[in-house]
Design a protein around this ligand. Structure first.
Ligand SMILES: NC(=O)c1ccc[n+]([C@@H]2O[C@H](COP(=O)([O-])OP(=O)(O)OC[C@H]3O[C@@H](n4cnc5c(N)ncnc54)[C@H](O)[C@@H]3O)[C@@H](O)[C@H]2O)c1
Length: 467
């Protein structure tokens, strides 16, 4: 293990070597950090770590969850936290200085902004969507982008359970009536959900959770998915959407937004449902033909529906925004009975926010510390198992992002071939490729020259060395 003095000397050399560059060189953790890690983690593997954690700067905007801040603080990174997004000029000024940025949906990271992000290695979207980031441009600069697509699955599934019961008991209407002074104690067309059939379209993360919860309420569960998926509990996959529509009392949608799922439920599908069926959509707004749903509800075919998502949604909270200007059928929709409308809150719970903080926070620190890009949305997904502590003293992990053109690996391996290549993994996505290699037998004094040789290669986008 390098002494504290050696580490300091190397840091000074590397800082000089990389000044003004988009690339960074990282070295071993200091001894006290390593000891701490060894005490609490697997003592047989080397905990990789950038050379000086206090040099890793991370900018967190839009009130990113405390769980993420805790993860970064524990790593010793310098964290700058802001409750809101930043004006463009301030963002440009700050992004030029940081290695990582954490945002939610309001901060737009366009090419114009990212051009200034000369030290940025990684972007964390602490949310589901990544439309706010120019993913292709980020990849071309060697910047990996992570998000958290599944941390809120349980929250959505629970909302749907609440909606199934609320629709069956007309809770929305009773509540509005009483808020406006009307006492209307009725039992006609109000049902228990026990014994009823739930039809789930899309049996992925949310659909399958929902299946388990619905069975616990005594419901029978059928599902339709384009993939063959093993049933949980006593649920059953049906071969066609039509069969599901024919048999279910409640139909709920949990599919992605694709060309195939646009208007998945429209006039013919409503016609195929049982009279008095209920329809729920907490997936994406384009999946239901809403004018056709309005018509099916007016005709009495559909007894109730719950919508959480819409083809057009307001960009911010506020009164008067959910109006015909947004979608021309809104006044008709809001006037219907037994329709529950929620503002895209399926995944909006404290638990989901905290899980998102942990998932994205962990992904970012694994990328910074180990180079692991598994789960990145714009980037080849690459990871290597940890370095063996026994060999770790003279091992270096090379993280080499490059243009995906022929001949690059030959050149790189020619350089790495001077050492023992313990393991390496490479993958490409579009025009970007990413190589991780662990090499051993490296004298610390050689590291700068290794860095310089890799840095001089023609198709390199960025390099980091961890050791
Ligand atoms: N309302 C909210 O706040 C909220 C929160 C999270 C997710 N969502 C949305 O919920 C939806 C489902 O999310 P998930 O995490 O369960 O996704 P997932 O990827 O885990 O599952 C989607 C499933 O749909 C299936 N599928 C795809 N096309 C299909 C088709 N044409 N017919 C039938 N099945 C099809 C897939 O095979 C997959 O099993 C997504 O649209 C997501 O954006 C909404």
């Amino acid at each position: 293990m390098a002494s504290a003095q050696q580490i300091q000397d190397l840091q000074a050399t590397f800082e000089k070597a990389t000044l003004g560059s988009t690339n960074t060189v990282s070295s071993s953790p200091n001894e006290s950090f390593l000891l701490k890690q060894m005490q609490k983690k697997d003592a047989t593997v080397k905990q990789l770590k950038p050379f000086s954690t206090e040099d890793i700067k991370i900018l967190l905007l839009e009130n990113v969850n405390q769980t993420a801040i805790d993860i970064f603080n524990e790593q010793g990174y310098q964290v700058e936290f802001h409750k809101s997004s930043l004006p463009e000029e301030e963002l440009i000024e700050k992004i030029s200085k940081v290695h990582a940025i954490g945002i939610r949906s309001k901060t737009k990271l366009s090419e114009k902004i990212l051009k200034h992000a000369t030290n940025l290695q990684v972007i964390g979207c602490f949310c589901i969507g990544t439309n706010q980031v120019d993913l292709e441009y980020a990849a071309s600069k060697g910047i990996a982008v992570f998000n958290s697509p599944f941390s809120n699955s349980r929250s959505v599934a629970e909302l749907v359970i609440a909606e199934i019961i609320s629709l069956a008991r007309q809770l929305g209407d009773r509540s509005i009536e009483l808020h406006t002074g009307t006492w209307n104690k009725v039992s006609a067309k109000c049902w228990e959900v026990r014994g009823k059939t739930l039809g789930i379209v899309g049996y992925g993360h949310i659909g399958s959770q929902l299946s388990v919860l619905a069975e616990a309420l005594g419901m029978k569960v059928l599902y339709y998915d384009v993939q063959m998926i093993m049933a949980l509990g006593n649920s059953k996959q049906v071969p066609t959407l039509t069969e599901l529509l024919n048999r279910a009392d409640f139909i709920t949608l949990h599919v992605p937004e694709t060309a195939e799922t646009k208007n998945l439920l429209s006039t013919p599908q409503f016609a195929a449902m049982k009279t008095g069926a209920y329809v729920i959509n907490a997936s994406r707004g384009t999946v239901i033909d809403i004018p056709a749903l309005i018509a099916a509800m007016k005709s009495g075919k559909i007894a109730g529906s719950a919508l959480d998502v819409y083809p057009q949604e307001p960009a911010k909270n506020g009164a008067g925004l959910f109006s015909n200007e947004l979608n021309p059928w809104i006044s008709e929709l809001v006037s219907l009975r037994n329709v529950i409308l929620t503002p895209h809150i399926g995944g909006s719970t404290e638990e989901a926010q905290s899980a998102i903080g942990v998932e994205v926070g962990t992904a970012l620190s694994k990328y910074i510390n180990e180079g692991a890009s598994v789960g990145a949305v714009n980037f080849p997904e690459v990871a290597l198992r940890a370095l063996d502590l026994e060999k770790a003293n003279n091992s270096v992990r090379v993280l080499y992002i490059h243009q995906n053109v022929p001949g690059v690996l030959k050149i790189v391996n020619n350089i790495l071939g001077n050492y023992n290549i313990d393991k390496q993994f490479t993958d490409s996505q579009g025009e970007i490729a990413y190589l991780i290699a662990d090499i051993s037998g490296v004298d610390h004094a050689d590291i700068k020259s290794l860095y310089d040789q890799l840095n001089d290669t023609q198709y390199k986008i960025s390099i980091r060395l961890l050791y």
